[in-house]
Design a protein around this ligand. Structure first.
Ligand SMILES: Nc1nc2c(ncn2[C@@H]2O[C@H](COP(=O)(O)OP(=O)(O)OP(=O)(O)O)[C@@H](O)[C@H]2O)c(=O)[nH]1
Ligand SMILES: [Mg+2]
Length: 198
């Protein structure tokens, strides 16, 4: 869960980038890191294998400025997409405030995308969250490739809830900040709701 610290006037929120292996989760964070000014970001930490596959997670702390007098920090994480790292994925979902699902648009990765959403649903449920209500956005990545599934089809398969979704080419940054802004907005709205509700 996010923490709101009234004495230090700070809000901390945790976002997880989730999705199948090689769908571009880490590339999203690298791009965000590269384009954020030095005052707004902490050190990016990547625990990866020799072949650059995420082993445990990537972590990037971002300062989003002040919201109603509260310093707002977002902690971005990626999960490892490879199927056998499920224990790590579960751990990274602990205390999550928002999820970005990154889908690989290639035809041959659609099955992996669908499996990954199912895995996300199960792992969220184990942590006491619900994929149907958690702040959530979807990114259709690798739109630069010739063998992309049409967005309408991807939406039908992966976005029954109709959450905000974006086409992206993470390697050149297309769609990366639109996705981040959309999830940040939802998380902040959720925080406000929490405050108003009690
Ligand atoms: N076609 C295409 N390839 C990309 C794009 N962005 C990144 N890639 C490549 O796709 C692969 C995926 O990169 P990562 O971002 O490491 O994938 P990941 O989702 O973090 O993978 P895991 O850590 O194993 O879960 C790499 O080989 C990238 O070079 C893109 O926009 N288009
Ligand atoms: Mg990765």
């Amino acid at each position: 869960m996010s923490s709101i610290n009234y004495s230090s006037r700070e809000i901390n929120a945790k976002i997880a980038y989730y999705g199948a292996g090689l769908c571009c989760k880490t590339t999203n964070l690298h791009y965000i890191y590269k384009k954020t000014n030095p005052d707004s970001k902490g050190k990016m930490i990547s625990l990866a294998t020799e072949t650059e596959r995420t082993l445990f997670f990537d972590f990037l702390p971002l300062a989003l400025g002040e919201i109603r007098g509260f310093k707002t920090r977002f902690h971005l994480y990626t999960v490892p997409g490879q199927v056998f790292y499920d224990a790590s994925r579960k751990l990274i979902l602990k205390g999550v405030d928002g999820v970005v699902f990154v889908a690989d648009s290639q035809v041959e990765r659609m099955e992996a995308n669908v499996e990954s959403v199912e895995n996300l649903r199960i792992n969220l449920t184990e942590q006491g969250y619900n994929l149907d209500t958690v702040p959530y956005v979807i990114q259709y990545n690798k739109r630069d490739l010739p063998n992309c599934v049409p967005v309408a089809e991807m939406r039908a398969a992966l976005n029954p809830r109709g959450v905000p979704d974006f086409e992206a080419v993470a390697s050149d940054g297309t769609g990366v900040f639109d996705t981040l802004k959309a999830i940040a907005k939802q998380v902040i709205m959720e925080l406000k709701k929490g405050q108003e509700g009690g």
